[in-house]
Design a protein around this ligand. Structure first.
Ligand SMILES: NC(=O)c1ccc[n+]([C@@H]2O[C@H](COP(=O)([O-])OP(=O)(O)OC[C@H]3O[C@@H](n4cnc5c(N)ncnc54)[C@H](O)[C@@H]3O)[C@@H](O)[C@H]2O)c1
Length: 355
């Protein structure tokens, strides 16, 4: 009876990973979910089919930097847990305009912590003992790996982009609010996610959509940067497990042991599209073009998720081959979801090249 009679705040629940968490909670648990989202360009309520009208779901359009508005939500819903996913999340955007990243990722997390602490202190002992604040972060806080080695929970932070620096700052705040004020907080650091409902600016949906249209497929630099890909639904399951069973004050790395070069990812998508939708002349691999690299582009990320596997029994269900197959199929079948984003004015164009 997971989360029976419990109310969970999910911030950023209209984003890519947040919506996967909301769908998972509503579908697979008894939790009541309050989705708190400002609805930035990255949000899409169409990513939550079936949520509206579900008696276990509520939506509040609120910015996590607004303390007074958050305070009212805590009073109104009396949550048992907070899952903090709201963030600015695109590295290229953080290069062109870091201000929003500082605001939401750092000031927003600070505000969530302060309001959670105020609320937590007001709770009766039994409910206070069960309350949890789970902060969702990224492996990018650890910086870049060489050819060997894996990020563990004790790897030193070494962020290289405005995005990862803002996430690193937020992780430190969460740790400090636990150590200093005893707020029952936990942190997860996850590798790159992919899957359904991913905004078209990110590598995998970007390449699928351009590949379907037979347009050039840009690969940054030499295409040899390595990411450790995790299917988004595996991440959502990991997060609910950490929330339910994780030890307060701990951090957990989440990753699927699926290291692939960006070029391999793009070539895999080309081959799948050629199979599913063979309407371009020749292989889509011929559309690949190497473009100027991202400044400060981390070379390799790879996660050691053994603590999560050993202590909480989590295991990724998808490997890269099964997950990317499902994902490409989803974008082919669900064109109205992403076409509406393109029609709404989003330009699939290059940003984040710096000076
Ligand atoms: N995408 C990845 O591969 C990945 C990997 C590891 C960790 N993460 C982390 O997971 C979280 C979610 O990432 P995502 O890819 O789903 O991001 P996303 O950009 O798809 O979604 C972010 C959501 O947060 C909302 N939001 C932004 N600013 C807000 C504010 N001030 N107040 C309230 N809501 C706001 C947006 O409207 C959007 O719905 C982020 O914290 C990110 O750092 C992402």
């Amino acid at each position: 009876m997971h989360f029976k009679n419990q109310t969970i705040f999910v911030t950023g629940g209209a984003g890519f990973i947040g919506s996967a968490v909301v769908r998972h909670l509503l579908h697979d648990t008894h939790a009541r979910v309050v989705n708190i989202d400002k609805l930035t360009y990255a949000a899409n309520l169409e990513s939550l089919p079936g949520a509206v009208g579900n008696p276990h779901y509520a939506f509040e359009q609120t910015c996590i930097c607004e303390a007074a508005a958050l305070r009212k939500l805590f009073e109104k819903y009396q949550p048992d847990a907070v899952m903090n996913l709201a963030a600015e999340s695109h590295v290229d955007r953080s290069i062109d305009g870091p201000g929003e990243f500082i605001q939401t990722n750092i000031v927003g997390t600070f505000t969530m912590l302060q309001e959670s602490l105020r609320y937590w202190r007001s709770l009766p002992a039994e409910k206070r003992a069960k309350f949890r604040f789970l902060h969702i972060s990224t492996d990018e806080v650890f910086g870049s790996l060489g050819e060997g080695g894996l990020f563990t929970e004790t790897t030193a932070y070494s962020p290289n982009s405005p995005y990862s620096a803002s996430k690193a700052s937020s992780d430190h705040l969460v740790r400090a609010w636990h150590e200093t004020y005893d707020l029952p907080a936990l942190v997860t650091n996850c590798s790159n996610n992919y899957g359904p409902y991913h905004f078209p600016e990110k590598l995998i949906p970007h390449i699928i959509i351009k590949g379907l249209a037979g347009k050039p497929l840009p690969v940054y630099g030499d295409g040899q940067n390595i990411r450790d890909w995790l299917y988004v639904e595996d991440h959502a399951r990991a997060l609910t497990l950490v929330l339910e069973r994780g030890a307060v004050g701990e951090t957990y790395n989440v990753g699927g042991r699926n290291e692939r070069t960006n070029l391999h990812v793009v070539e895999s998508i080309c081959d799948l599209l050629d199979d599913i939708s063979p309407d371009t002349p020749g292989s889509r691999r011929n559309l690949i073009s190497f473009v100027t690299d991202r400044p400060g582009h981390d070379r390799r990320y790879a996660i050691d998720a053994s603590k999560l596997e050993r202590e909480l029994g989590w295991k990724a269900e998808e490997d890269f081959e099964s997950g990317i197959g499902k994902t490409v199929r989803w974008y082919v079948d669900q064109q109205p979801w992403w076409q509406a984003i393109l029609d709404g004015g989003y330009q699939v164009s290059r940003i984040g090249v710096g000076k």
